[in-house]
Design a binder for this molecule. Structure first.
Ligand SMILES: [Zn+2]
Length: 392
């Protein structure tokens, strides 16, 4: 079993180790070392990044009692130097320590236990065992956590061989075999943990809850700590500034400005529908027939580049105002869309089915309206076939 240096010395950045075993798996290289200061993924925290020799460490995980370092190229030497990327480690440690504090805050205030913790390079969240937490409760936990952070309490680590003598105030029970590592946040929190942490709560700087999600009797709290929180703040300010310019409204007035825009847009849409219907009715009355037959009038719109809703409304208006009539409209994309309406004895659906017996396409409809598609190359031919049918 590799010695895990980070458990006792979280500041260790570089170490000399020996390769005790190697594997090659699907184009990646696995190394087992006699000792490592790379954090081994687990407990919701990803593994550390860094290098072993000239290779980049992609992932460190435990499998069947062995700690494997997945690297991006072969490492031929047996004596190697490992270097941990301390910027990534520090960020993970800040988020993880923040999680201890926030979890204890919700536990103290509302007896909401943390059932899981998830940390990636982009997001941090905990799942709380209470499903109906209010916004006020979430905010109260965040406020208590920030108060603890400001006190600059020391983070302590201790090892315990005897389970019987573990302190009573533990926030959760240990799940691992062997010696228990306890991590304490001053006298505020104590729990078994194998992760990496900062030295004092002051390094967490502050915690900000970004969102909550309620699922299956649990509340997921998504949050950020330290530098991540500052970056998040900077991103949101940049976005607010763009919005302020676009809306000509300062931050506090933006929701109102957007609501006004949405209301105006809705009214404009409604007005546009009313006007376009009026226009389609005018066009239905004034449209020149393509042909006039004994059974009625035939209208054709072979290249419709306007809205589809308007097309349908126009055909329905022709059926209503120029009866008995058949109207055909084609939207010339590929495949072309074809619409047929009828207020004559000829059924629109039957006409379309007749076309499909001869051409490739799909669609359907009833006696009054039908719609479908046709390959663009067949449209002219299909329209001719249709005219011929109508003339007989
Ligand atoms: Zn921890």
């Amino acid at each position: 079993m590799s010695q895990r240096i980070y458990l006792t010395d979280p500041t260790c950045e570089q170490f000399a180790g020996k390769v005790v075993s190697r594997r090659e798996e699907d184009g990646s290289w696995w190394l087992e070392l006699d000792r490592t200061c790379f954090y081994v993924e687990g407990g919701g925290q990803p593994s550390d990044a860094g290098t072993i020799g000239a290779a980049n460490v992609l992932r460190v995980f435990e499998h069947e009692g062995h700690v494997w370092h997945v690297v991006d190229r072969p490492v031929p030497e047996n004596d190697v130097i490992g270097r941990v990327n301390m910027a990534v480690r520090h960020d993970y440690s800040v988020q993880h320590t923040g999680q201890h504090i926030l979890s204890q805050a919700y536990w103290r205030l509302f007896a909401a236990a943390t059932s899981s913790f998830h940390l990636t390079d982009k997001s941090v969240s905990i799942d709380l065992s209470l499903g109906d937490m209010t916004e006020a409760q979430i905010a109260a936990g965040e406020a208590l956590a920030n108060e603890i952070i400001r006190r600059g309490l020391p983070i302590g680590t201790s090892f315990h061989d005897d389970r019987e003598t573990l302190p009573e105030e533990l926030r959760k029970s240990p799940v691992v075999k062997g010696p228990i590592r306890l991590v304490s946040v001053g006298d505020f929190d104590m729990c078994p943990c194998g992760g990496t942490h900062v030295a004092t709560t002051a390094e967490v700087q502050f915690i900000k809850v970004l969102a909550t999600e309620r699922t299956r009797g649990r509340t997921r709290v998504i949050f950020v700590c330290g530098e991540r929180a500052l970056r998040e703040y900077a991103r949101r300010i940049a976005s607010d500034n763009v919005l302020a310019q676009m809306l000509s409204a300062p931050y506090a007035e933006q929701p109102e400005a957007i609501e006004r825009l949405l209301t105006t847009e809705k009214e404009l849409r409604r007005e546009r529908t009313r006007l376009s219907r009026e226009l389609m009715e005018y066009r239905a009355v004034s449209a020149s027939p393509h042909s006039t037959f004994t059974w009625g009038t035939y209208f054709e719109f072979p290249e419709w580049n306007e809205e589809m809703d308007d097309a349908k409304y126009l055909l329905a208006a022709i059926s209503r105002m120029r009866r008995p009539a058949v109207a055909v409209l084609v939207m010339p994309q590929d495949p072309a869309r074809i619409f047929i309406s009828s207020s004559s004895a000829l059924e629109a659906g039957a006409m379309l089915r007749q076309l499909y017996a001869k051409y490739d396409g799909k669609g359907g409809g009833n006696a009054h309206a039908a719609q479908g598609s046709l390959p663009a190359a067949q449209v002219q031919d299909a329209l001719e076939t249709l005219r011929e049918t109508l003339s007989q």
